[in-house]
Design a binder for this molecule. Structure first.
Ligand SMILES: [Zn+2]
Length: 328
């Protein structure tokens, strides 16, 4: 196992953490301010990683969207470090995990920050929030992924969660290619799914290096389609399933180096891979009526307050004065 290693001072450190199938990106500014963009699917794995990389603070937690393979590991991180802000898409997921996340956000005194067009300064690192474009279906977490553009000197990294083609198409209409690219380090969309990255999107993003955050899964991630797109874009590909945690170190000015926890091994060929179980749908979105906020802190953390009668998540326990508007 890799030796414990804190992010060194004076440089920007971006770690694409090996969380198996899921995403978790730990960003430490040269002066120590820290962002965790997604936390992977396992609380115990995140605790291990926090120890391994000697994380001592968290200023900003961010959920690209509400799916469990992105938010579960945020729970122990927020409980432990009580970050000031929790950036999110404001769309409640109906899972127990999401409920627990909102509770821990409330308990930690962390302020919910609904994604909108804004810049957040993480020390000298500039984070530009790329909110979900208007018109995405509200029940679709992937299509409402929150993107982040990180800039430090000339260095640029782009993270866009599990955004699917309708969202990237809308972003392409909204942002000029000079904003979207070129990108030095780019996180593969949706673990290399076939419905994530597209030729048109990558033509704007122009990634030099692509990190695929992926682990054993039954979805076929990363797909040959996505990997071929990255190759055609001329990008160097890194994979957390083969190389472990991928670390980018950026000097003031923007010069950067990429290292991996271990040397890559060849992926098992399909012929020798165990036969997959029938493929579950990659995303399961229960009906919106089962959205539940335990309290107003949770509703506010989700960016859902005030919540009106008839809206997802409304409940009498949130509406003490009974006027049909909860968490006013
Ligand atoms: Zn995912």
């Amino acid at each position: 196992m890799a030796a414990a290693q804190a992010a060194p001072p004076g440089v920007l450190t971006i770690r694409f953490l090996d969380v198996g199938q899921g995403d978790a990106v730990l960003v430490t500014a040269p002066t120590g301010q820290t962002l965790l963009y997604d936390g992977g699917r396992s609380e115990s794995r995140m605790r291990e990683l926090i120890r391994q990389y000697r994380v001592t603070r968290l200023d900003l937690a961010a959920a690209s969207h509400g799916d469990a393979d992105h938010i579960t590991g945020l729970i122990p991180a927020i409980a432990l470090f009580k970050p000031k802000l929790f950036l999110n898409n404001g769309i409640a997921s109906t899972t127990q995990t999401y409920g627990r996340l909102l509770n821990v956000v409330g308990q930690a005194g962390t302020q919910g920050l609904l994604a909108r067009e804004q810049v957040i300064n993480l020390g000298a690192v500039k984070l530009t929030v790329i909110p979900p474009p208007p018109g995405m279906p509200k029940g679709d977490q992937n299509a409402n992924s929150v993107g982040l553009l990180l800039q430090f000197g000339t260095f640029r990294a782009l993270l866009t969660g599990d955004s699917e083609t309708p969202e990237t198409q809308a972003w392409l209409r909204k942002y000029p290619a000079s904003f979207l690219g070129p990108i030095d380090v780019y996180k593969s969309i949706h673990h290399g799914a076939a419905n994530g990255d597209s030729a048109a999107w990558l033509a704007a993003v122009r990634p030099r290096n692509v990190v695929v955050s992926v682990g054993p899964n039954n979805y076929g991630h990363p797909t040959a389609t996505a990997l071929n797109l990255y190759r055609k874009a001329g990008a160097t590909i890194y994979r957390t399933d083969q190389q472990g945690t991928v670390t980018v170190t950026v000097q003031p000015g923007g010069k950067y180096a990429i290292t991996t926890e271990r040397r890559g091994t060849a992926a098992p060929s399909p012929a020798t891979a165990p036969s997959p179980r029938p493929q579950p749908a990659p995303v399961s979105v229960p009906p919106a009526s089962s959205v539940y906020y335990q309290n107003c802190a949770a509703a506010r953390a989700a960016g859902a307050a005030p919540v009106r009668v008839g809206q997802p998540g409304y409940g009498k326990h949130l509406d003490r004065d009974g006027d049909g508007v909860g968490c006013e």
